[in-house]
Design a protein around this ligand. Structure first.
Ligand code: FES
Length: 86
């Protein structure tokens, strides 16, 4: 199980946090992983920059754009899921 928190603060929201969520949901759905990744919204993480802030497990990523989500999934989420056990 991996927890992904996506900032829904005003700055991140204006910069596309909703789109980031939708792209990630689509990836999880296509791979049948909705039950293994917990998606949460969160308040401002005080890293307001030119993009969205998200936390994957204990790691925080800033300046995320929807185009970055597939790479983050492959590099940061999938490896944790593959480590198991679940
Ligand atoms: S609004 Fe997202 S980090 Fe501040």
């Amino acid at each position: 199980m991996v927890t992904v928190e996506i900032c829904m603060g005003s700055s991140c929201f204006m910069r596309g946090s909703g789109e980031v969520v939708e792209v990630l949901k689509a990836i999880l759905s296509a791979r049948g992983l909705e039950q293994k990744v917990v998606l949460k919204g969160c308040f401002c993480m005080e890293r307001c920059t030119n993009g969205v802030t998200m936390r994957i497990g204990d790691r925080v990523f800033s300046q995320v754009h929807k185009e970055d989500v597939p790479r983050l999934f492959e590099d940061e989420i999938l490896p944790v899921l593959e480590q198991g056990p679940f």
